[in-house]
Design a protein around this ligand. Sequence first.
Ligand code: GTP
Ligand code: MG
Length: 366
Amino acid sequence: MGLAIGLVGLPNVGKSTTFNALTKAQNAEAANYPFCTIEPNKAVVPVPDKRLAELATIVNPEKIQYSTLDFVDIAGLVKGASKGEGLGNKFLSTIRETEVILQIVRCFDDENIVHNEGSIDPLRDVEIIEGELILADIEVLSNRIDRLKKQAKADKSAKASLEMAEELIEFLADGNLARNFDKTDTDEYRQLNNEVRFLTDKEIMYGANTDEDGLLEDNDYVKLLTEHAAKNNCEIIKLCAKVEEELIDLDDDESQEFLAELGVKESGLEQIIHKGFKKLGLMSYFTAGVKEVRAWTIKQNSTAPRAAAAIHNDFEKGFIRAEVIAYNDYIECGGETKAKEAGKMRLEGKEYIVQDGDVMHFRFNV
Ligand SMILES: Nc1nc2c(ncn2[C@@H]2O[C@H](COP(=O)(O)OP(=O)(O)OP(=O)(O)O)[C@@H](O)[C@H]2O)c(=O)[nH]1
Ligand SMILES: [Mg+2]
């Protein structure tokens, strides 16, 4: 697994249902009882990108290869999880391994679906989940502080780290997420976070799991959660996991049509994938050949040689130059040959920062 997005939330809120819909398969058992999921389910999901189909109409390749994103469906967390309640804290380490948290929050009424807390209250649910993540962070941080105290006696440089850590633990104890701490851009914080990987330092996206009616118009649950997300600078995506799961067997066009009838332009799943991709700091460039038209996943702001390494390490080591056509130029000119004739192909060197959608050829020698 590469950089992964973890599905986190209370038991029985629709995490596995969402996961199945994302992966377009009934891979994860989803059922109406808490703690249905125990071991994490993992899957690699293609990133929908209409530009690949556009490129393919010009190049007519044997196949199309999408960028991908990794998702992990994690067991439900309950109050006290950080202290071993429910399925305990084993799952906290699964969350730690992910880069972005997709917090699924129940935003639908349905008497038949058990809610672990006995009522529907999205903000309370968020508080429980984030409270557990905060407690887990406090625990690792307080161990770390004990060590720093000892170090600080002998080593002056540990003192600055200790001061920062003590401020941070107070901030967390007030119910705040580490990502909102005002010293996250200091070296001391970065070093500490690299070592312990705070759960509440991760980007959070809220998945508001609503019912069919809620898709057309936000219900009160979704409104409350949207407000909360805005206050905390987090993305929120509305979806109806149940509907999306029912669409698994339809092809893309059919499910788009079906969702359009429900008033949905971009499906919740697509939004999750696209926003997650961005939150992970990723982007795609393309190669377009008759064998395949393909999207390659790279970190934003990658230089051309770094980007080339996505294809093969030798491309980076022996990098000479890149031939680049911007996606729009490629499409407007109707392909590589005409883009070249129109002077739209650029030769770029080692310093070039690859742009989203660049159609690339690499020249290299080894
Ligand atoms: N009505 C309705 N039911 C849903 C929706 N999403 C999920 N469910 C149902 O809720 C139940 C629990 O869904 P799961 O996806 O297993 O929930 P989970 O969050 O993975 O639960 P755990 O693995 O136990 O933590 C299942 O019976 C789903 O069919 C929804 O949008 N509407
Ligand atoms: Mg589950």
